[in-house]
Each structure stands twice: as C-alpha cells, then as structure tokens.
Design a protein around this ligand. Structure first.
Ligand code: ZN
Length: 167
C-alpha cells in the first residue's frame, strides 16, 4: 500500500507540474508552421497520458460500481499509474531537453497536442501475412518467404479436374 501511495503522489506531482507547464500553452495563439519531431513526440505522449488518465477514471468507476474486486482493482490501478508515470517522465525528459532553449517549440507542442486530441483510427494498411505461418509477406508475393506456402492462387493454371471414372 505504501508503494501505491508513492506512485499516486508521484503521479499527482508530475501531473500538476506538466499541467502548470502546459497551462500557458493551452490558451496560446495558433501557429501555422511545420511541427518538429519533438513537438510531435510530446503531443503523442500527452495523448497517451490522457488515455491513461481516462482508463484510470474508468477503472475507478468500475470499482465504485462494484464490478471489480479489491485485488483486481489495486493491480490494474498500479499498472495504469506506473504507465502514467512513465509517460510523464518521458514528457519531462523531452521538454527539459529543448523547451528552455527554444520557446517557440512550446507553441508547436500546443498545436500538436490539440491536433492529437482528436483520436483518429489508424489509417495504415497492415502488411499482408501468410495464412499458413503468419509471417509478413511482400504485397505482390506469390509465395511465402518463410514457409513457401502459395499466397495467391494463380488464375492462369486450370483447376485440377477429377479424373473420369473408368469402368
Ligand atoms: Zn508462410
């Protein structure tokens, strides 16, 4: 229980610090410029942090509603909290690295964070996989590199016709 308290206290502290840092940014002016990778990384982490916080709230609600027993609740909560702490630590590291030296990046972060608020489904098409062994295969590959299984049935070859019964 002591460990949990330390984690909770840590999350609160770091979270408040980050909020305090981001506070002036959240109401800042919009800039129309390309985002730096740093700003994107920070926005990404901020989005992850929001997700973690939401999961935490959902977990609390489930626990309050009696859907979880104590052990489950504590375990999942500890997991989510450590995740949140890790995200915030990475945020801090990122920000500490360059925010002070380049204040204009702060505005980029704000824009990037705002953009990432809208959660969009991934639009990347997963690479094709071999139905036999599950390995990733090239898009137009006819045979699996891993197991050699046929991936595309060639339409040119005629189907094997059943032999006519003799007799
Ligand atoms: Zn295969």
């Amino acid at each position: 229980m002591d460990q949990l308290f330390i984690i909770v206290a840590g999350v609160s502290l770091v979270g408040l610090t980050v909020l305090w840092i981001l506070r002036p940014l959240l109401g800042g002016a919009e800039v129309d410029r390309e985002r730096s990778p740093e700003a994107n990384a920070v926005a990404d982490l901020a989005a992850q942090h929001e997700v973690a916080l939401k999961s935490l709230r959902d977990l609390d609600n489930d626990y309050t509603a009696g859907k979880l027993d104590d052990a489950d609740y504590q375990a999942q909560r500890a997991l989510l909290l450590s995740e949140g702490v890790a995200i915030l630590q990475r945020l801090d590291e990122l920000k500490a690295g360059w925010a002070a030296s380049d204040p204009t990046l702060d505005t980029e972060i704000e824009t990037a964070v705002a953009a990432r608020r809208v959660v969009t489904p991934s639009d990347t098409i997963p690479p094709p996989t071999c139905p036999t062994c599950g390995a990733q295969v090239r898009v137009a590959a006819r045979f699996c590199d891993q197991c050699g299984a046929t991936l595309v049935v060639p339409t040119a070859s005629p189907p094997v016709a059943p032999l006519p019964k003799s007799g």
